[in-house]
Design a protein around this ligand. Structure first.
Ligand code: MG
Length: 381
């Protein structure tokens, strides 16, 4: 079975209210979906994480010509060919997001051809969960007065919806962060798990001081305390912070996660399948993490395609049987709750969210059907 056609769809939605985190502000959601069709008429969908039009350029101008006409029945073999052909100027970043999107589409095709859901091709067990609990990612910054009260109100809404865990943004500076976390914890009470994510806003010393200030609030993990380039800083924060340290959403492939894991930088590894190398490479990253006893909790921030990929990986192979108990459910899915019609309305049959849990797709491939009218209505050139 050979690839016959590769198409990118960049879709865009202007937000009703901009939101921010420690690094920048969003005023729109824009993402790159990739569609691969084979000579047998099977279509697979994938998604790349990052600047959508740049990913599209990498796919259209570099990888698609390498893929079209090529045998695609063995996605890891195609992955290897694409990675090696681009490694002189790739290995991380946009080129890996493009490879990830294509790899995911090829797994969708492979599983559709086999008549099986992707999770079954990844699994070594029949004991696969039909539903997976999710935690709510939200509490971004908005340009309105009294941010602590706004964040507390948002957090209370997620608890009411049934989420057992919430992740909020920090990185505004020590006093503002403490005020925001204090307001949220005060409002939701002691029971719900609460995580903080600095998106590498701090240096190691600041992050360690921040971690001690936040200790009384019962923080389940401190995410991306320092720059993804500062492995020594990660090690220091992990040694001195009173809570587990999570990171990895800005890292790529087994070659990037190797040092992060070997050098003891994180308690929790967070690769994004749509950036770190797709499903093929997540198998290698998960194996490295398992060897080190580090749980993998995927970073997920995109459309329903990205969410479906996370569900298949969690159901098939990230069940957490070999990792230590750090006080949160395993498997556990990140579910971004900010305004995003491509998460909620991209599929003809949306992934069902019920009391903070998501259903694992059971159909062949990724088990999803993309609504082409929705794509066309939002597609940008
Ligand atoms: Mg994060």
């Amino acid at each position: 079975m050979k690839a016959r056609d590769v198409r990118c769809h960049v879709v865009r939605h202007e937000l009703s209210e901009p939101f921010g985190f420690s690094q920048w502000w969003y005023d729109a959601r824009e993402l790159c979906l990739v569609e691969v069709t084979t000579d047998e008429g099977i279509t697979g969908w994938g998604e790349g994480y990052g600047p959508a039009r740049v990913i599209r350029a990498a796919v259209e101008h570099f990888f698609a010509p390498l893929l079209i006409g090529r045998d695609v029945e063995d996605p890891p073999a195609v992955w290897r060919a694409l990675y090696e052909r681009s490694s002189d100027y790739g290995r991380k970043g946009i080129m890996l997001s493009a490879i990830s999107a294509l790899d995911i589409a090829l797994w969708d095709i492979k599983a559709k051809a086999a008549g099986e859901p992707v999770w079954r091709l990844l699994s070594d067990s029949d004991d696969v969960p039909g539903r997976i609990p999710a935690y709510a990612t939200g509490m971004y910054f908005v340009k309105r007065d009294d941010l602590p009260a706004i964040l507390a109100e948002e957090a209370a809404g997620y608890v009411e919806e049934g989420f057992g865990g919430l992740k909020m943004k920090i990185g505004l500076g020590r006093e503002a962060d403490v005020a925001n976390v204090d307001a949220v914890r005060e409002r939701i009470g002691p029971e719900p798990l609460l995580m903080v994510d600095a998106n590498h806003a701090y240096g190691a010393d600041e992050a360690i001081a921040m971690a001690h200030r936040l200790e009384p609030y019962g923080i389940t993990w401190f995410e991306e305390p320092v720059s993804p380039d500062d492995l020594d800083g990660y090690r220091r924060v992990r040694r001195d912070a009173p809570m587990p340290v999570a990171g990895g959403e800005c890292e790529f492939t087994r070659y990037g996660f190797g040092p992060l894991l070997r050098e003891g930088c994180v308690d929790i590894a967070q690769p994004d399948p749509c950036a770190a190398g797709g499903i093929s490479e997540l198998r290698h990253i998960a194996a490295l993490a398992e060897e080190r006893g580090v749980p993998v909790l995927l970073h997920t921030w995109g459309s329903a395609v990205a969410l479906a990929v996370a569900l298949h990986l969690n159901a098939g192979m990230l069940t957490g049987r070999r990792a230590p108990d750090l006080g949160f459910p395993r498997p556990w899915i990140e579910l971004d709750r900010t305004e995003n019609p491509f998460r909620d309305r991209l599929l003809l049959q949306p992934i069902a969210l019920e009391r903070g849990t998501l259903s694992v797709p059971q159909g062949p491939g990724l088990g999803i059907e993309v609504d082409r009218q929705m794509v066309e209505a939002h597609e940008v050139t």
